[in-house]
Design a protein around this ligand. Structure first.
Ligand SMILES: *[C@@H]1O[C@H](CO)[C@@H](O)[C@H](O)[C@H]1NC(C)=O
Ligand SMILES: *[C@@H]1O[C@H](CO)[C@@H](O)[C@H](O)[C@H]1NC(C)=O
Length: 372
C-alpha cells in the first residue's frame, strides 16, 4: 500500500514539474527525438539520391544552401540532452550537403528565362548571407484558420483570377534583386526600391496557390534586403502567411489533390522560415515523410496544376520555341529514372530541415503536437 502511494506521488510531482518547466529535458522534448531521427533518415536518403544524380534545377541548390544554414544553426544550438548519435546523424547530413555543393556543375543549370537566371544567380551569390538569417519560430499568432468551405475545383478556378503569373513574378523578383544589389555595391545613398508594378504585385490584391507563395518569397527577399523603406514588410508577410495557412489546411482537407504536394511543402517552408510555428505539425511531417519515393527523391505531377491555376502560360497552344523551352525545363526538373521532381524534392528538403530545427528548439519543442 505504502509503496503504491509513493509511486503515485512521484508520478504526480513529476507531471507538475514538466508543466512548470518547459525545458529541454522534459518528457515532451524527448518525445521529439524519434521524430527527428525519422526525418534524418529521410533526408539522408534524399540527399544520397541527388548526390548520385545531380540535379540541373537551380531551385534545388537554393533550397540546399538555405537548408544547410538552418541545419548548421540547429547543430550549434543543440541542447546537451540531445543524444550524441542524433547529433552525429545531423552532422553527417551537413557533410553530404557540402559534398553535393562541392560537386555542383553550375554551368549545367537550366533556366526557364533570362529574368529567372538573374534571380537565381543573385540568390546564389548571396546564399551564405541569406541562409544565415534565422527568424525565431513562435506559435500563437496565426489564429484558428479553417480550411475553405468550397471544393478544390473551385479553388483552382479562383486561383486563375489571381496575380502574379510566374513570368511576372520572375520579372519583379529580378527588378527587386537588381535594386538590392545596386544599393549593396554602390556607396551612394539610396535604398532598394521597387517599380510601382512590382510593389503592387507584392503588396496589393489577394493571391492563391503559387501566385501567393511567389509573393511571400518576393516579400521575404525585399525584407532581407531592406527594400521598400517605410513599409512594414514583416506585418505584410504575417498577413500573407495567415492566408497561406488557410490554404495549407485546405490542401490537407482536400486530401492533397495531384500536383499540389510541391505547393503544400513550399507553403510550409516559406511561412515556417518566416517564424510561423503553426506550420510545424507532426501530422504534416508524417505526410511529407510518407511521400518520399523508394529511390529517395520526391515526385509531383505539378505541371497540369500550374496550368490550371493560371500560374504558367495560357492553355493555348505553345509556340515551338516555348515547347522546346518547356521540354528542357521539364527534363531538368525530372531527373533520370522517371518521376523524380527536383523542385518537389527541394521543397521537401527545405520543409523537413525547418521541422528538425523547430522540433529541437527549446521552448516550443513540445507544443506542436497539440496544434490543430
Ligand atoms: C557518420 O559518418 C561516418 C563517416 O561516414 C560514419 O562512420 C558514422 O557511422 C556516421 N554516423 C552516423 C550516426 O550515421
Ligand atoms: C569542398 O571543397 C573544399 C575546397 O575545395 C574542401 O576544402 C572541402 O573539404 C570540400 N568539402 C567536402 C565535403 O568535400
Amino acid at each position: 500500500m505504502c509503496v503504491k502511494y509513493i509511486v503515485l506521488f512521484i508520478f504526480i510531482s513529476a507531471e507538475v514539474a514538466y508543466s512548470i518547466y518547459p525545458y529541454f529535458d522534459t518528457q515532451d522534448f524527448i518525445y521529439n527525438v524519434p521524430k527527428v531521427y525519422r526525418i534524418s533518415i529521410t533526408l539522408d536518403k534524399l540527399l544520397e539520391h541527388y548526390e548520385k544524380k545531380p540535379s540541373k534545377d537551380p531551385e534545388w541548390y537554393i533550397a540546399l544552401g538555405m537548408a544547410r544554414g538552418q541545419l548548421e544553426y540547429t547543430i550549434n544550438e543543440l541542447d546537451k540532452s540531445v543524444p550524441g548519435k542524433l547529433k552525429e546523424n545531423l552532422q553527417n547530413i551537413t557533410r553530404r550537403m557540402d559534398r553535393i555543393r562541392n560537386n555542383t556543375d553550375y554551368s549545367s543549370f537550366i533556366y526557364r528565362s533570362k529574368d529567372y537566371e538573374y534571380v537565381v544567380k543573385a540568390i546564389l551569390e548571396n546564399l551564405d548571407v541569406l541562409s544565415s538569417i534565422m527568424e525565431p519560430i513562435s506559435i500563437g499568432t496565426m489564429g484558428t484558420q479553417k480550411p475553405y468551405r468550397f471544393a478544390f475545383e473551385q479553388y483552382v478556378q479562383e486561383a486563375r483570377t489571381k496575380m502574379p503569373t510566374r513570368k511576372a513574378a520572375d520579372a519583379c523578383t529580378m527588378q527587386l534583386l537588381i535594386s538590392a544589389m545596386e544599393t549593396q555595391t554602390t556607396k551612394t545613398e539610396g535604398s532598394c526600391e521597387l517599380t510601382p508594378e512590382c510593389s503592387t504585385q507584392i503588396l496589393k490584391g489577394s493571391g492563391l496557390a503559387f501566385q501567393q507563395t511567389s509573393r511571400v518569397r518576393a516579400a521575404g527577399l525585399a525584407y532581407l534586403f531592406d527594400c521598400m523603406e517605410g513599409l512594414d514588410l514583416a506585418a505584410h508577410i504575417y498577413k500573407l502567411c495567415i492566408q497561406v495557412y488557410k490554404e495549407t489546411k485546405s490542401l490537407e482537407a482536400w486530401d492533397h489533390p495531384p500536383g499540389t504536394k510541391t505547393l503544400f511543402m513550399q507553403q510550409i517552408l516559406y511561412c515556417a522560415s518566416q517564424g510561423y510555428g503553426e506550420f510545424i505539425k507532426p501530422r504534416w511531417m508524417n505526410r511529407i515523410l510518407a511521400w518520399q519515393e523508394p529511390k529517395g527523391c520526391y515526385s509531383d505531377d505539378r505541371q497540369p496544376f500550374l496550368k490550371l491555376t493560371g500560374f504558367i502560360g495560357p492553355a493555348s497552344a505553345p509556340t515551338p520555341k516555348e515547347r522546346e523551352e518547356e521540354y528542357r525545363v521539364k527534363k531538368a526538373a525530372t531527373s533520370e529514372g522517371g518521376a523524380c521532381n527536383s523542385l518537389t524534392s527541394a521543397m521537401a528538403l527545405g520543409s523537413l530541415v525547418i521541422y528538425i530545427r523547430a522540433l529541437l528548439e527549446t521552448d516550443q519543442a513540445f507544443q506542436y503536437d497539440v496544434l490543430s
